[in-house]
Ligand binder design. Structure first.
Ligand code: ZN
Length: 507
């Protein structure tokens, strides 16, 4: 406990020992989950489920031990406001509250509802029939409402409580203001792009890109960004993700398309951003309550910053193109004049995970509004498909062909994850605000990127974001790093600049 303000008065050794064991159990479970996605044979699910259940049970028992709560409260008595110890207490209490205030019966019912929900959702999506998912989703919403009632304090709404799981301290009202403002500003930008006389060439990233060369290219870019493969690795998986077991063991996954290099490269750059954050978390606070990321929104800001603000910039491509051509000598037709407009497309679509940067946040705004209405009692589950289609028509000007293309497209609700979607857009906003602050501090980053120098930016992020773990809440971290509370200003400025650059329109 040596870094950060107020160092000195640390948690009791006994507390650190107990908390470390709890973190080890989480990591063991995370490692098994990583293995399940990357190496486990198809028939391993039954045995793996039992191991995971045992680990979860042991972890739960350790968190519920009265000794642990007593130790946290003893630390609280000694913790000076604003100290590292106070942050340790805040985070420990947050975790303990979620475990001890939710009755075991409810936790078990939720776990069962998630298993059933996921199966019902898969079947419903395959047949594009919402009715097959409706009873399971109704149950998941009921249980989430009950959980929110158990956890609510200080006048928090049900949706506040759900958000808090992913974005500690966030309030639906604040997020609602940010997202509402963003939606009002983005809508005319999207309309202007559709009316513009220029459009990106859809085949500007097409060609033949053998998988092993894609991996070699993506790895060399990740290394240039500062990802340390002696403390990390990359493996193929059906969905890209990043898992970490402390800063010295950070694992990325990726998937690829041999006829278009974008999914592979930008997927790796995205996960590299998550991985750089994990490798930069403070080693001294590892296995303690504040050794982890400040929030999912902050985590997502790191992935989106490296993927979008660095990896799609003209300066990056000035450096990367010769490297790209060395790895893909046959792909002469890929050139920045055609590629860059494609990397900054603004075109409404129906599927969130395939959406371009220019329209992505509108998909999030739709989900946020629906979730909020659902938990305010203003919308019933049975009315969701209609509300979804209506929202897409109004917001993106498109109507889904069926429920698979509409309300059933995302996995989140089937897992009982309500309040997760806003973290994606918060990530975009935080990334833009951090990037603008880094530019103010560091000067011309483009000149550095064009030379393949990404260290100054990484060092800035290490100092202002990574090194703090969850010492501060996300709001405070952003305020300290950028000198301002989070707004959509820097993000919208980027969106407008790109629209002017690639569509030739000023809005
Ligand atoms: Zn991400």
């Amino acid at each position: 406990m040596s870094a950060g303000p107020g160092a000195g008065a640390g948690p009791e050794p006994r507390f650190l020992a107990l908390w470390g064991e709890i973190e080890d159990l989480s990591d063991a479970s995370g490692l098994l989950a990583w293995d399940q996605e990357t190496h486990m044979p198809p028939h391993g699910h039954g045995a793996r489920g039992k191991i995971q259940a045992t680990l979860a049970g042991v972890r739960h028992a350790k968190l519920c031990a009265p000794e642990l709560s007593e130790l946290v409260e003893r630390c609280a008595e000694r913790a000076a406001p604003g100290s590292v110890l106070a942050a340790q207490v805040r985070e420990a209490r947050r975790v303990l509250r979620r475990v001890t205030r939710v009755p075991e019966r409810l936790a078990r019912e939720r776990a069962e509802a998630v298993t059933l929900g996921h199966a019902a959702w898969s079947a419903a999506r395959a047949r594009a029939d919402f009715a097959l998912f409706e009873p399971a989703l109704t149950r998941l919403v009921e249980l989430a409402r009950e959980q929110a009632r158990c956890l609510a304090e200080d006048g928090a709404s049900a949706y506040d409580v759900l958000l808090d799981e992913y974005e500690p301290g966030a309030r639906a009202s604040t997020v609602g203001l940010l997202l509402g403002e963003l939606e009002r500003a983005l809508t005319p930008l999207v309309a202007a792009a559709s009316e513009a006389s220029v459009a990106p060439a859809p085949d500007a990233a097409a060609g033949r890109f053998p998988v092993e060369r894609q991996l070699a290219f993506a790895r060399s870019v990740a290394e240039s960004f500062g990802f340390d493969f002696a403390r990390g690795r990359i493996d193929p998986a059906p969905h890209p993700f990043c898992s970490a077991f402390g800063p010295d063991d950070v694992r990325l996954t990726w998937r690829w398309d041999e006829s278009d290099f974008r999914p592979g490269l930008f997927g790796v750059l995205h996960e590299t951003g998550h991985g750089l954050y994990e490798q930069g978390l403070p080693a001294a606070w590892q296995r303690t309550p504040i050794g982890e990321a400040a929030s999912l929104g902050v985590h997502e800001s790191q992935s989106r910053l490296w993927e979008n603000l660095v990896g799609r910039s003209p300066a990056f491509w000035r450096w990367a193109l010769p490297l790209f051509q060395r790895h893909f000598p046959g792909a002469r037709e890929v050139n920045p004049e055609r590629l860059l407009p494609l990397l900054h497309s603004v075109r409404p679509s129906l599927i969130r995970v395939e959406a371009d940067q220019g329209t992505y946040d509108l998909h999030v705004c739709v989900r946020f509004r629906l979730e909020r209405a659902l938990f305010a009692g203003e919308l019933e589950v049975r009315d969701l498909p209609g509300a979804w289609d209506e929202a897409y028509r109004r917001t993106l000007g498109l109507t889904p062909r069926d429920a698979a293309q509409g309300v059933l497209q995302d996995i989140h609700w089937s897992m009982g994850a309500f309040g997760y979607f806003p973290t994606y857009t918060l990530g975009n906003l935080i990334a833009a605000q951090l990037f603008a602050a880094a530019r103010r501090d560091l000067g011309d980053l483009d000149a550095a990127f064009a030379l393949g120098e990404f260290r100054p930016l990484l060092e800035w992020l290490r100092t202002h974001v990574h090194a703090h773990g969850s010492l501060y809440t996300a709001d405070e971290l952003v305020r300290r790093a950028t000198g301002r509370v989070l707004t959509s200003d820097d993000y919208l400025a980027l969106r407008r600049a790109e629209l002017a650059e690639y569509y030739g329109v000023a809005v």
